[in-house]
Design a protein around this ligand. Structure first.
Ligand code: DGL
Length: 278
């Protein structure tokens, strides 16, 4: 990932999530945009977002986007489906920097191959918001959506995927509905869930797994290029490579461990943040 020359806008991109799930988005952003520096924000002290009222999530997401913009982020990705469902439009109207969500990209990823019946697994907040169902209806009218809230997946991922038996049990429990009504594709509509992909694939053989992360990174790339914010329009950046900085409202040690497990990065710079102090 070493580049020869410095070009473009070197400011970082912000990515937020309620916890470690958004690291699945960071993974794809780093793959597609290896020259962009990233600031990651995990609101682990207030996780889960799933059961919270939309108004509360909106306030949290706005605080975080402002924090990241204050740290110099030139664009922010809501790497969280619940945050996107409840807060994308709200935050976009209130801040200057471009804000990107994961639901539009998720539906584009779904549309990339033929589909008749799609499963959706997400938090209860995302399912209840109807954001995916509406976006699918608009882009793919006629596609039937079967939505299954899976709030119990989130703590299993946050814990670092250690309790494999419990994961197996939870996955078996939630896929029953997709065995009754056959689905062609399953949207992993919570950024924590791609980390459960091996279990989901084993439980639903032949079903296409749809992870919005890659398409989200594509959208970010396009937005940065279209707005002249990309660091590396010709594939170049600082010789030292991009910077990665992590913030959490929870435990810095926990996020450090999650970064090791999910991104394979040791010694990441992680800071604890108290948003009420800002
Ligand atoms: N990772 C989040 C999402 O994509 C939600 C997890 C939570 O409930 O906080 O929806």
């Amino acid at each position: 990932m070493q580049c020869q020359a410095k070009r473009g806008d070197p400011r970082p991109v912000g990515v937020m999530d309620s916890g470690a799930g958004g690291l699945t988005v960071v993974r794809e952003v780093r793959r597609l945009l290896p020259c962009e520096s990233i600031l990651y924000f995990a609101d682990a002290g207030r996780l889960p977002y799933g059961p919270r009222p939309p108004e509360e999530v909106r306030v949290f997401v706005y605080q975080i986007v402002k924090f990241l913009a204050g740290k110099g982020a030139k664009a922010v990705v809501l790497g969280c489906n619940t945050a996107t469902a409840h807060a994308l439009d709200y935050v976009r109207e209130k801040v200057e920097v471009p804000v990107i969500g994961v639901i539009g990209p998720g539906v584009r990823a779904l549309a990339s191959s033929p589909v008749r019946t799609a499963g959706l697994i997400a938090t209860e907040g995302t399912v209840r918001s109807g954001a995916y169902q509406r976006a699918i209806k608009e882009r793919l009218p006629g596609v039937e959506v079967i939505a299954e809230p899976c709030p119990d997946f989130v703590p299993l991922v946050e814990a670092g995927l250690v309790d494999r038996q419990e994961i197996q049990r939870a996955v078996e429990n939630h896929v029953q509905v997709f065995r009754k009504t056959k689905i062609d594709a399953l949207i992993l509509g919570c950024t924590h869930f791609p980390l459960l992909r091996p279990w989901l694939e084993a439980a639903l053989p032949g079903v296409r797994m749809v992870d919005p992360a890659q398409e989200t990174a594509e959208e970010l790339k396009k937005v940065l290029e279209d707005t002249g914010l990309a660091n590396s329009p010709n594939g170049c950046a600082e010789p030292s490579g991009p910077e990665l900085e992590f913030y959490t409202t929870g435990s810095a040690g926990d996020l450090q461990r999650q970064i090791e497990v999910f991104l394979g990065l040791t010694g990441a710079r992680v800071h604890h943040v108290d948003l009420s102090m800002l």
